[in-house]
Write a protein that binds this ligand. Structure first.
Ligand SMILES: Nc1nc2c(c(=O)[nH]1)N[C@H]1C(S)=C(S)[C@@H](COP(=O)(O)O)O[C@H]1N2
Ligand SMILES: [Mo]
Length: 198
């Protein structure tokens, strides 16, 4: 059965597939709990904590520079999808609108529905991270995190919060939902940082 949905990577792809991951052609949905139904009118993204508090609405994000990006996507449950084509706002572009306190070293990502996941500022501020509203040329469906999600390609996909609605800047590391439940604090797929030892 596995063979129908997953296949061994071609040689030229194998150097892009982290250890113990299998390629999938489809695009599985992985959600803990219910899918929030948020319209673009309702959607907002709040910044708080060790940063100047500000709330961005949909029109604010749409007025920021828009970029296309292609990235591989690695779920800790062992599936990887190569070359996902996203459109959205680069985190580094977005952050030019945010005033961060120098004491901030870590961030809690918050989502509609209550999901949280933590990320170090250095992992968040990378060039390849995006707020994405479009995938393969179509608006993100609700189950993939529409209207807006974060995409952090260099970490396992649980760090890519769907339905993102908040960034809480922190002066110390705090743990998000999966991280409190035994998953690794950072989650780097090439190092197989799946589970936490602390
Ligand atoms: N809000 C929220 N974001 C989430 C999740 C979730 O349950 N809730 N699951 C994470 C996990 S484990 C993965 S693998 C990816 C899956 O994204 P997809 O459903 O678009 O494939 O979303 C991540 N972001
Ligand atoms: Mo996942």
């Amino acid at each position: 059965m596995l063979g129908k949905f997953f296949h061994k990577p071609e040689p030229e792809q194998s150097d892009r597939v982290p250890p113990s991951q299998h390629l999938t052609q489809g695009f599985p949905v992985l959600t803990y709990g219910d899918t929030p139904h948020i319209s673009t009118d309702e959607w907002h993204l709040k910044i708080w904590g060790k940063a100047k508090e500000v709330t961005f609405r949909w029109s604010d994000l749409m007025a920021m520079p828009q970029s296309n990006f292609t990235a591989d996507f690695h779920c800790v449950t062992h599936w990887s999808k190569l070359d996902v084509e996203w459109t959205g706002v680069k985190v580094t572009d977005f952050m030019t609108y945010v005033e961060v306190d120098p004491t901030a070293i870590h961030i809690m990502e918050h989502s509609y529905g209550g999901y949280t996941t933590n990320i170090a500022i250095a992992d968040f501020l990378r060039e390849e991270n995006f707020f994405a509203h479009t995938v393969f040329g179509e608006p993100l469906t609700l189950d993939h995190g529409g209207p807006m999600r974060l995409v952090v390609p260099h970490l396992y996909a649980w760090k890519s919060a769907k339905w993102i609605n908040g960034l809480e800047f922190l002066d110390k590391e705090e743990l998000g939902f999966w991280e409190r439940n035994g998953y690794h604090h950072r989650g780097e797929p090439w190092a197989e940082e799946r589970y936490s030892s602390v």
